[in-house]
Design a protein around this ligand. Structure first.
Ligand code: GAL
Length: 955
């Protein structure tokens, strides 16, 4: 049957089945010996290796070949025998190389006939493949693949076996690769098919491997992923840190261990420690618990986010088998029915924003360093909380919130207590429950069943699942209706979340005086950065925070919250604009208008409004709009001052236009007859000047300016940053209406995205050109691992003086990465001709049809011949396209018997020893199908063939 490349006969499969049994037996023997005590010697407790490079990517689907034959059907049902692009040897040599995080949808054009909610970008299907090389010393270790997020439906194959199917783009998966793994020169193939046709949201969701992927190597006995729960709670006058550790034992024997945990401060000083025994049966989990007590730790707060580290070791006698460091913070959080939220005993109004995972240029594939920029922007805003809408974020977001001091409402995606969805909810709580920043678990956003008995039953189950994993934080749900029905989800949560419905705050509070309330979502005010005229044709909305469509404003929504103590605070929709969900208009608008900042993180007027409302520890003052109204001289221009001072006075060219008491909610407004010059606001507190802000009429743009976000980067291939691009006049003042098209060149790093915050632009966000939008654009650059020590960005635009900027790139030890390699083609089905008396007779079989011969595989040798002679063994294959073009090698990992290797009439190599050994022969370039013939000397009774893979390897 079939050809030598993919087919396999019933006969061979029967042989395979028999031999697999004996292999298993051998395997068991080896592991019992080598893993005495369940552990291999001489390995670090835990290797966490990034798998961000070495990926090959194919955009589109590669349908599986239709299976019609009996033998193929049999084969298709077997482990390790995946077909098509999932097959280990599938030719991906011409696929594009990509690095993670990778949102393939962000590379798509923005087109009017694609889905509006998803930002008019096509989604579709894509494949990712890579080959992993595991060190022989890793044999016996537990090897786990961690995918932090893949959008949307994903199927994962490892060495030709399906190892996972995942149905949400918002949860991470961990996959035990150990039983399938090979070591040394025998590579491992990882293939992932991503179907991003599936949508889970009504916003831009991206597609592909858009969050980190890692390989983690540990002892067979180890702490499971997310297996340390250590979150301190106040007790008596002090604190208790309950440490709960889940261990797993993949070894063959039960393991008796000790869990040792200690609490360290930021300087590494150990404050307290404890230990407890745990025994873990083979192939089971076991949970160990111990309590650490601390009398007076430094507290975590939004102003001083003090963090501690919990080091947890798993000890087998004196040997550290595994070790995990988690972060914790000591903070007491509670919601009060009348007084809102309290942190460490003090009332704290929650000044929050909703955040999607999305940014200009990169879509959902946001490097950690760009998240750092985004979180810093939120801190500058005066915000003290984020709501992760409408899904759990990538984990670095929570690390940054811990570090910078932002509270978090963490949110689940699928409203569904069925097993698959409940598993996603549990995954979120297990992964995130150590973060001091998290104060609320949200089980849903705006679900139509929220006002029904069914909704109540669903939330009851989901809340129970959350509580089983974390009894310290309240559960909420973001409700936009159903609050007053006889049975509704408000009855199944601890804190009721209001989405909008601000006119119902008081009525609900009166009807349910014992229930704490929060505005889980509000505002949804619309504005275009830098635009101060609403123009439907131009699709711009003035940024003065006027009501649009009768919806609320930034000022109005906050006033409703700020003036009620029983509302714990709120989350503005949204902190940043995001791709998709354009409103109020569709095409050509393709991203949202809701942000306090635009897609790049540039401030809209709402930024100044919220700073005035939210910042309390220093004076702030800003003026809106710009003062470039050439052509409108003599016309009245609306001016808004946003300040947190007591009074504000406005001056045009030094002439007072009046002093007003500051309205902390509505801000201060003037109509100013336009004349070019300087408009200045002076803020007073206690009668003294406390702040000044000004806008000036600029001259025409004459030059570009580049402002990198940071002055040093790390050359690890991960670090990234935005660079702000502006046009400036002859006096170096930023020109607010500049729209110049800018071209960039970058040396020493890569451009990973471009943006300008224009929600109506369909220009590509990849490449090297971007127009300024109302004076600003953003370029996002990422370092290369081991790249140059200086990064140079140059910008040019017609008619303007170009700009350049240099940033130092620090040589950094590269993060530890999993080793990858190009894909090998395994030649795993060979055919043996009948025994021939002489070499010439055997070689004559090269002209014959091999498929009638005896077929055999490469995992163990062919049965010996009954008499002396020669046996020709052949295989047909089509090498990888790259090998066809450039040549390659054939690697015999373990060739058994003496033999000559031929391709056509050419002798490629010779092995003279009968004992098994490795051998490589060069394979010349050449198009199309090929045939290798191995002429074995086969004395009676001697093994010949292979006891390891035969691989066509790319040069
Ligand atoms: C809310 C919803 C958000 C977003 C917003 C736009 O109802 O929760 O996801 O769609 O409306 O105004």
């Amino acid at each position: 049957m079939a050809d030598g490349g993919t087919g396999i006969s019933r006969r061979r499969l029967l042989k395979t089945a028999g031999a697999a049994t004996s292999l298993l037996a051998v395997g068991a023997g080896v592991s019992a010996g080598a893993r005495a005590g369940g552990m291999p010697a001489s390995t670090a407790p835990r290797d966490v290796l990034l798998l961000d490079q070495g990926w090959r990517f194919f955009e589109g689907d590669i349908p599986f070949p239709e299976i019609l034959g009996q033998d193929e059907s049999y084969d298709n049902a077997k482990a390790g025998k995946a077909w098509g692009a999932a097959a280990p040897g599938f030719d991906d040599s011409d696929w594009a190389e990509v690095r993670l995080p990778h949102d393939f949808v962000s590379f798509q054009p923005i087109e009017p006939d694609a889905n509006r909610a998803q930002g008019y970008r096509r989604r579709g299907i894509a494949w990712y493949r890579t080959s992993l090389r595991f060190d022989p010393a890793d044999q016996g270790r537990h090897i786990e693949l961690q995918i932090d997020g893949v959008a949307t439906h994903a199927t994962v194959w490892f060495n030709g076996t399906v190892v996972d199917r995942n149905w949400s783009g918002y949860n991470g998966v961990t996959i035990d690769l150990t039983p399938f793994a090979t070591f040394g020169d025998d590579l491992n193939t990882l293939a992932i098919r991503v179907d991003a046709h599936a949508m889970e949201g009504w916003w831009y969701e991206g597609g592909g491997l858009y969050r980190p992927v890692r390989i983690v190597k540990r002892d067979p006995v180890h702490i499971v992923t997310d297996g340390v729960f250590a979150h301190p709670v106040p007790e008596g006058g002090g604190w208790v840190l309950p440490v709960e550790v889940t261990a797993y034992n993949a070894g063959t024997e039960a393991a008796a261990l000790t869990v040792v945990s200690s609490l360290e401060d930021a300087d590494g000083r150990v404050l307290v420690g404890g230990r407890t025994p745990v025994s873990v049966p083979s192939l089971e989990r076991a949970v160990a618990r111990l309590d650490l007590r601390v009398a007076a730790p430094r507290l975590w707060s939004v102003e001083t986010p003090t963090l501690y580290r919990v080091r947890t070791d798993l000890m087998a006698d004196d040997r550290r088998v595994d070790s995990v460091v988690t972060t914790c913070g000591f903070r007491a959080a509670r919601f009060d029915k009348d007084k809102g939220f309290f942190l460490n005993g003090q009332p704290l109004k929650i000044k929050g924003v909703c955040v999607h995972q999305d940014h200009a240029g990169v879509g959902t594939a946001i490097p950690d360093a760009l998240w750092d920029y985004r979180i810093r922007r939120l801190k500058e805003l005066g915000c003290n909380a984020i709501r992760c809408t409408h899904n759990a974020p990538t984990s670095v977001v929570l690390d940054l919130c811990d570090r910078y001091g932002l509270l978090v409402m963490d949110e689940n995606r699928q409203f569904n207590p069925a097993p698959d969805s409940l598993a996603q909810l549990r995954w979120m709580v297990r992964r995130d429950r150590n973060h001091p920043s998290i104060i609320l678990w949200s089980v849903f956003n705006e679900e139509p069943m929220q006002g029904s008995a069914a909704g109540y039953e669903m939330v009851r189950r989901m809340a129970h699942a959350v509580k089983a994993l974390d009894g310290t934080r309240p559960v909420t749900a973001a409700m936009n209706g159903g609050l007053f029905t006889p049975v509704n989800v408000a009855q199944a949560v601890d804190v009721v979340g209001f989405n909008y419905q601000q006119d119902k705050y008081d009525a609900f509070h009166v009807a349910h005086p014992d229930v704490p309330l929060i505005s889980s979502e509000d505002t949804s005010a619309l504005s275009t950065r830098g635009a101060y005229v609403t123009d439907k044709d131009a699709r711009t909305i003035a940024a003065y925070d006027d009501p649009v469509k009768g919806w609320n404003t930034h000022r109005g929504a906050w006033k409703e919250i700020a003036t009620r103590d029983f509302i714990a605070g709120g989350f503005v929709w949204t902190g940043f604009d995001y791709h998709g969900e354009p409103s109020p208009w569709g095409w050509p608008s393709n991203s949202s208008f809701y942000g306090i900042m635009d897609l790049c993180g540039f401030a809209k007027a709402a930024f100044h409004i919220h700073r005035a409302q939210w910042v309390t520890d220093r004076p702030v003052l800003a003026l809106v709009p710009h003062w470039n109204w050439q052509g409108r001289e003599g016309e009245a221009i609306k001016v808004m001052a946003c300040g947190n001072v007591e009074e504000v006075e406005l001056f045009l060219e030094g002439r007072s236009l009046g002093r007003q008491p500051v309205d902390p909610y509505d801000m201060n407004h003037w109509l100013v007859v336009y004349a070019p010059g300087r408009l200045e606001a002076v803020g007073y507190t206690g009668g003294k000047v406390a702040a000044r802000a000004g806008v000036e009429t600029t001259g025409p743009a004459v030059a570009l300016r580049l402002t990198p976000d940071r002055d040093r980067l790390v050359g690890d291939g991960l670090d990234a940053m935005p660079v702000t691009v502006e046009a400036v006049d002859a006096r170096g003042r930023s020109v607010p209406l500049a729209q110049d098209l800018v071209t960039f060149t970058v040396e020493g790093a890569d451009i990973i995205g471009l943006g300008n915050g224009d929600p109506n632009s369909a220009a590509p966000e990849k490449g090297n050109r971007r127009a300024l939008f109302n004076g600003l654009a953003q370029l996002i650059v990422q370092t290369r691992a081991g790249g140059p020590r200086t990064l140079v960005v140059r910008a040019t635009a017609p008619g303007l003086k170009g700009a350049s900027s240099q940033v130092a790139v620090d040589a950094a030890p590269s993060p530890r990465r999993q080793m990858t390699a190009p894909t090998d083609l395994p030649l795993d089905t060979w055919y043996a001709a009948p025994l021939a008396p002489t070499a010439e007779d055997a070689l004559a079989f090269r002209a014959a049809d091999m498929t009638a011969w005896d077929d055999f595989g490469t995992r163990w040798p062919h049965d010996p011949q009954a008499g002396d002679g020669y046996t020709l063994c052949s295989v047909r294959f089509t090498p990888q396209a790259r090998v066809g073009r450039h040549g390659g090698r054939v690697v015999f990992l373990s060739l058994v018997g003496a033999c000559d290797v031929y391709e056509g009439g050419r002798l490629l190599g010779r092995k003279t020893e009968a004992a098994s050994g490795r051998m490589e022969v060069a394979l010349a370039a050449g198009a199309g199908g090929r045939r290798l013939d191995l002429l074995f000397r086969t004395p009676a009774g001697a093994d010949f063939g292979f006891s390891g893979n035969v691989l066509v390897r790319q040069a």
